[in-house]
Design a protein around this ligand. Structure first.
Ligand SMILES: *Cc1c(COP(=O)(O)O)cnc(C)c1O
Length: 386
C-alpha cells in the first residue's frame, strides 16, 4: 500500500529523502564524506555556532538541566524563559513576548484565537504551511489573494459581508521567494476595512531592518502593526518561536492557546542560546553588513550568469527552474561541484515553480561565493538551464 504511494511520488520526481550531514551546520559542511559549501541553511548570521551563543547553552544546561520538566503553566517556566521573553519584548519594543516550542506551533495555536468560525481569513498565496494549518484549525473561511497583490486583497475585502470579522495573513520576508510583503499597504487595508493583520516574520527576524528587528522595522511600521510572530530558529540560530505584542494579547494567549499550554517548555539551553543570540544581533551589526554584502555578490553573479530568479530582496536567492525533475538534476550537479543547495518542490511551492533556494550567510567567504558561482555556471550548462 505504501509502496505504490512511494512509487507515485518517485515517478513525479517528488520523492523526498533525508540527507544526513556528517557535521554541524556552517558555511561548509561534511556530506557524503566530502566537505561542501552549504547554501541551504537559515542560520543567516552564523549564530548557531557563535561562541557566546554556544556558551550560553552550555551554561544554562549546567545550571538548569537538559529539560524544563513541565509545560510553562505547570512548573516549566525557568529563568531562561523569563529572561528570553523580556529580552524579546525589549528588542522589539513591545509590552510583552510569549515563547512557543516552534514556529509551527505558534502559527497553528495563535491563529484560531484571532478568528473563528464565521470569520474570514485572507491569506497571501505563498503563506507557509503552518499558517495554512492554523487557518484550517480556526474554522474560519479562507480566501487566498495573489502573492503581494493588494488590489486583489482589497477586492476580496470589498466583496465580504460588511463588518464580518476578518484576519489578513502574510509573511514579512517570504521564505521561499525572498521578497517582502507590502506591509504598509496591508496595514492600511486592515485599518480601512477593520481587519486584523497577522505577520509571520520568521525569516526577517535578525536580518531585516536597521537594527535587525525584522521586516516591520525595515518598513518603519512598528507603530502600526502592534503584534507579530517570528522564530528563534532561523537567524537567531536556536529553536522555538515568539509572539510579541501588547500585554493583554499575550495574557490572553497564555490562557487559551493549546499549542502553548499542552506542550513542554523549551529546554533551558535553547532559550538561553536564543537570548544570547538576540544580544549578539544588537551588538554585532557587522554580521548583518557581511550578510548583505555576501548576498549582493551572490545575487549579482547569479543574475550575470542569466538564471531566472524571483523578486528577491534578501539573502534568500531562489533560482527558478520550473519542473521538479530539473530542480533535482541541478541540485545533483551542484553537489558534484561541491555545493550543497536543496531543491524545493511542490507542495512546498506551487506547481511549476520548483527551484533551488540558495541562502547565503554572513560567514561565507568571498572565495566560497565565487566558487559557488563557478559551480552554478557549470551545473547550469549541464542541465540546459544556461
Ligand atoms: C520556518 C518557518 C516557520 C516554522 O518555524 P519552525 O520554528 O521551524 O517550526 C513558520 N513560518 C515561516 C514563514 C517559516 O519560514
Amino acid at each position: 500500500m505504501f509502496q505504490s504511494k512511494l512509487k507515485e511520488l518517485s515517478d513525479r520526481s517528488l520523492m523526498r529523502r533525508l540527507s544526513p550531514l556528517e557535521s554541524g551546520t556552517g558555511p561548509t559542511v561534511h556530506y557524503e564524506r566530502r566537505e561542501v559549501i552549504l547554501l541551504s541553511s537559515n542560520d543567516y548570521l552564523g549564530l548557531a555556532t557563535h561562541p557566546e551563543v554556544v556558551h550560553a547553552a552550555i551554561q544554562a544546561t549546567e545550571q538548569y538541566g537538559t529539560g524544563s520538566g513541565a509545560s510553562r503553566l505547570v512548573s516549566g517556566t525557568l529563568p531562561p524563559h523569563t529572561r528570553l521573553e523580556t529580552s524579546l519584548a525589549n528588542f522589539k519594543g513591545t509590552e510583552a513576548a510569549l515563547l512557543f516550542g516552534a514556529g509551527y506551533l505558534a502559527n497553528i495555536g495563535v491563529i484560531p484565537h484571532l478568528i473563528g468560525q464565521g470569520g474570514l481569513i485572507l491569506a497571501d498565496r505563498l503563506c507557509h504551511a503552518s499558517l495554512i494549518d492554523g487557518c484550517r484549525l480556526s474554522r474560519a473561511d479562507v480566501r487566498i489573494f495573489r502573492h503581494r497583490d493588494c488590489a486583489h486583497l482589497e477586492s476580496l475585502l470589498r466583496r465580504r459581508r460588511s463588518n464580518r470579522s476578518t484576519l489578513i495573513i502574510t509573511e514579512g520576508l517570504f521564505s521561499m521567494d525572498g521578497d517582502v510583503a507590502p506591509l504598509s499597504d496591508l496595514a492600511s487595508l486592515a485599518e480601512r476595512y477593520g481587519a486584523r493583520l497577522y505577520v509571520d516574520d520568521a525569516h526577517g527576524t535578525g536580518i531585516m531592518g536597521p537594527t535587525g528587528r525584522g521586516t516591520i522595522e525595515q518598513l518603519d511600521l512598528e507603530q502600526r502593526i502592534p503584534f507579530h510572530m517570528g522564530t528563534l530558529s532561523k537567524a537567531l540560530g536556536s529553536h522555538g518561536a515568539y509572539i510579541v505584542g501588547p500585554n493583554d494579547l499575550i495574557q490572553y494567549l497564555v490562557n487559551v492557546t493549546r499549542s502553548f499550554i499542552f506542550t513542554t517548555a523549551l529546554p533551558p539551553a535553547t532559550a538561553a542560546a536564543a537570548a544570547a543570540a538576540v544580544a549578539v544581533v544588537q551588538r554585532e551589526p557587522e554580521r548583518r553588513m557581511r550578510l548583505w554584502s555576501n548576498r549582493q555578490r551572490l545575487f549579482n553573479g547569479m543574475q550575470k550568469l542569466g538564471f531566472r530568479m524571483t523578486q528577491t530582496v534578501s539573502p534568500i536567492l531562489p533560482i527558478l527552474v520550473g519542473d521538479a525533475a530539473t530542480a533535482s538534476a541541478l541540485a545533483e550537479r551542484l553537489l558534484i561541484h561541491g555545493i550543497y543547495a536543496s531543491p524545493i518542490r511542490p507542495p512546498t511551492v506551487p506547481d511549476g515553480t520548483s527551484r533551488i533556494r540558495f541562502t547565503v550567510t554572513s560567514e561565507h567567504t568571498t572565495e566560497q561565493i565565487d566558487e559557488a558561482l563557478h559551480a552554478l555556471d557549470r551545473a547550469g550548462r549541464e542541465t540546459g538551464l544556461l
